[in-house]
Design a protein around this ligand. Structure first.
Ligand code: IZC
Ligand code: ZN
Length: 422
């Protein structure tokens, strides 16, 4: 199928000469084409430019193309949500209510709730029920303009359930329009049955789970919750190094609740990204900038836990490539709206309108090792494209708390039209 999107008020291409994640002022260079067009053939973008340019260069394709009229709208790459705990059983609204009444996230977890509560529910939920629930979540992501989602395991904490989560993600990758990228996170919490024997559980993750994940090719990334009372930096390092030896790229939940030198550790082990970083140290930020570690910031979590926001402005100014994401999970960020998260990043982390667009497209794509495939609109890339019902990109954050997604094209196929899932 050949598609021509034409008459867009603005096409936000994000194309530039930089190879790799964008830093500093590169994050503001979003390359807008006014009155722009995009030509798509099959799953790929053929060309981006004005209608006149495309008609001259590709007359036969333009002739046969199905036209999508983008008058009054803007066009941009599909959003990439690079940090979610997508596959999980149950919900935790009761804990939300407890937090509103004064309990903390860690109090609840230490009393057997939190991640432990979701682990229990995920163990109890059948493969088919998890698949159906997650499918519905992906539909909501897609309606918000998200075309690629990362999905972490970590609510099994035993091999059988970790495998179930990863296999649900794999089946969704095969059956749902949204691309699902898997991360193994067996070290998300120490299961209750290993309390007092934490190192034994670390050994189980390293000796029993990681080799199977690699052998069955169930994930590309390996993540760990490095946090006081969860996994120490030394344990986290062992787990990440073991994954690396098996070909799994390290990611790390770092400095989310208490400072723990997680950002420093991410740089040292060569993690592709460090996530959260609410309380990352100045030194940690410096070492990430030097190592080129992507900061995946999750302002929904600070919002929902009523914690101080990560220092996004400082990180960008210091040269750290920044991506932002929902952190969709049933405890600390139960939202599937990446547009809302973009708004929080502007309002509470001092990021600009242009920076949040870079942070949810090309930089998020690089955090998933897919910057060569998605995240910009340019010839040869996968045709993951969103049409938004606003007059210019500045209105995206100005008309806040709304979903402006009008049309979504995934791999060259229209999957949302008039804000309705097809
Ligand atoms: O279920 O609470 N921080 N992991 C680390 C989470 C939040 C998810 C959860
Ligand atoms: Zn997380």
């Amino acid at each position: 199928m050949t598609i021509l999107i034409k008459n867009a008020n603005e096409v936000i291409t994000l194309k530039n000469a930089v190879q790799g994640p964008r830093i500093k002022e590169q994050m503001r260079d979003i390359a807008v084409i006014e009155k722009g067009s995009v030509l798509i053939e099959g799953e790929r973008i053929v060309a981006v430019g004005t209608y006149e340019q495309l008609a001259q260069e590709f007359p036969s394709l333009v002739d046969v193309a199905k036209v999508i009229d983008a008058t009054g709208k803007i066009v941009m790459p599909g959003l990439v949500d690079c940090h979610t705990h997508l596959v999980h059983g149950g919900t935790r609204e009761q804990e939300f209510n407890m937090r509103l009444n004064g309990s903390t996230y860690m109090d609840i977890m230490n009393a057997g709730g939190g991640i432990h509560a979701t682990t229990k529910r995920t163990r109890e939920t059948s493969f088919d029920a998890l698949y159906e629930k997650t499918m519905q979540h992906l539909d909501v992501f897609l309606k918000h303009g998200v075309t690629t989602v990362e999905a972490k395991s970590g609510y099994g904490l035993d091999w059988e359930t970790e495998k179930k989560q990863l296999e649900v993600a794999k089946k969704l990758q095969d059956t749902h329009a949204v691309d699902v990228v898997s991360t193994f996170m067996g070290a998300h919490a120490v299961p209750r049955e290993y309390k007092g024997h934490e190192d034994e559980f670390v050994d189980v993750v390293i000796r029993e789970m990681l080799p199977k994940v690699a052998e069955l090719k169930l994930a590309e990334f390996n993540d760990v919750f490095c946090e006081k009372g969860v996994f120490t930096p030394a344990q986290s390092r062992r787990i990440l190094e073991a994954g690396k030896a098996l070909g799994l790229t390290p990611k790390i939940h770092a400095d989310e609740i208490e400072p723990y030198n997680g950002a420093e550790l991410a740089a040292e082990v060569g993690a592709i990204s460090a996530e959260h970083l609410l309380v990352a140290s100045d030194e940690g930020i410096q070492s990430m900038a030097k190592a080129g570690t992507i900061a995946v910031l999750l302002p929904g979590t600070a919002f929902f836990l009523r914690a101080p926001f990560a220092r996004g402005r400082l990180m960008i100014d210091e040269g750290v490539p920044v991506a932002i994401s929902t952190d969709f999970n049933p405890g600390s960020s139960p939202t599937m709206s990446l547009p809302f998260i973009m708004n929080l990043a502007c309002m509470h982390m001092g990021m600009t309108l242009e920076e949040v667009l870079t942070a949810t497209t090309i930089n998020a794509a690089y955090a998933l090792n897919r910057g060569h495939e998605i995240g910009t609109l340019e010839a040869g890339k996968q045709a993951d494209i969103v049409l938004l019902d606003v007059a210019n990109y500045k209105q995206l954050q100005y008309f806040y708390g709304m979903n402006h997604t009008h049309t979504v094209i995934k791999s060259g196929r229209v999957v949302v039209r008039d804000s309705i899932l097809l």
